[in-house]
Design a protein around this ligand. Structure first.
Ligand code: SAM
Length: 318
């Protein structure tokens, strides 16, 4: 007898139909139905990729390198439990993370010595990656509004050996007012309706989703991106990303910012080392959007990667 998984909500399926290219629909549905391999990123603050690989092999785990990201490896999902029991895990030698998420700090490209803000940071997967890219040199401010998540973030930063973080338990929407034009680069991995994390194996994953929830998240995202924009130095870079498909949480948020600040903002081209992507939409239903939105990228979900949306915006130098 085939196993029948619960179907995703109809309104969500029709949203996918509208947003994703028809040729990708089957691969997308596989993504919601199968468990993906476990991916993890080497914590280069603590160990090299070669050393970690050797150490895991001595635990009888045989990770496969991700060809396009030198710090990323995968294992079969059946090995996940064994991986989390290793000494390497306890010592913070790696961080388990979806491949799409690893691309966000990679696109932001933080440099050692810079002043960086992660405006919605818990549990810290991307903050720890940013610190590693900065080689623990410079200043990294991390903001989280939800108390238990803030403490989880603190534990992860400590475990991963991040030494440059200043932590703030606060609403990210207040940061712009408090710290105008302070940061060289900002990551806004916005709280969202998490549509890309839906799994037919876990109906709880969409239990709180509705078109109304999408609107509610969009309201918060508008406040957060306005705050991030005020905090960004002239000439600085803002990376906006979500794990949602809804244009209301992605293109429409950016369209509003681009129209509000005019020439002060310029969307940058993003080139990813993968093929399962499509350009941002420049039209949504009856609305024509800013033409530069085609420079944003939607990662299309498949059997390896979760869906994701990324847009990189430069603030004019003066
Ligand atoms: N970047 C994180 C990572 O890679 O581990 C994931 C961030 S998650 C998508 C968004 C986070 O924003 C959640 O931890 C949520 O609690 C937090 N958040 C929600 N509202 C916020 C607000 N107003 N200000 C700051 N953070 C907020």
């Amino acid at each position: 007898m085939p196993i029948l998984f619960p179907e995703l909500p109809d309104e969500f399926l029709s949203l996918l139909n509208e947003v994703l290219p028809p040729a990708h629909k089957d691969a997308a549905l596989v993504s919601f139905t199968r468990e993906k391999p476990v991916f993890f990123r080497v914590n280069t603050l603590r160990i090299t990729a070669e050393q970690l690989q050797r150490q895991l092999e001595s635990d009888n785990l045989w990770p496969r390198p991700v060809p396009w990201l030198s710090v990323a490896f995968s294992l079969a999902v059946a090995d996940k439990r064994a991986l989390t029991k290793t000494e390497a895990c306890q010592k913070g030698f790696f961080y388990i993370q979806n491949l799409s998420s690893m691309l966000a700090p990679w696109v932001l490209d933080p440099q050692p010595g810079e002043t960086i803000l992660d405006l919605a940071a818990a549990p810290g997967g991307k903050s720890t990656q940013i610190a590693a890219l900065m080689k623990n040199e410079g200043r990294l401010s991390v903001v989280e509004a939800v108390k238990p998540r803030f403490f989880k973030l603190k534990a992860n930063l400590d475990q991963q050996g991040v030494e440059i973080a200043r932590m703030f338990l606060m609403d990210g929407r207040a940061v712009g007012r408090k710290c105008p034009q302070m940061f060289d680069r900002i990551l806004l991995d916005a709280p969202c309706s998490s549509e890309a994390r839906f799994s037919r194996l876990d109906p709880e994953s969409w239990a709180h989703w509705s078109p109304r929830k999408v609107k509610e998240m969009a309201r918060k995202q508008k406040g957060l991106i306005a705050s991030a924009w005020t905090s960004l130095k002239q000439g600085g870079m803002l990376l906006y990303c979500t794990c949602s498909f809804s244009p209301e949480e992605n293109e429409l948020i950016l369209d509003r910012l681009l129209r509000r600040v005019g020439d002060e903002a310029q969307l940058e081209e993003i080139t990813l080392p993968i093929e399962n992507t499509q350009p941002g939409l420049t039209r949504w239903r009856d609305k024509t959007l800013h033409p530069d939105l085609c420079k944003a990228v939607r990662i299309l979900p498949d059997e390896m990667m979760d869906g994701f949306f990324l847009a990189l915006i430069r603030k004019a130098a003066s």
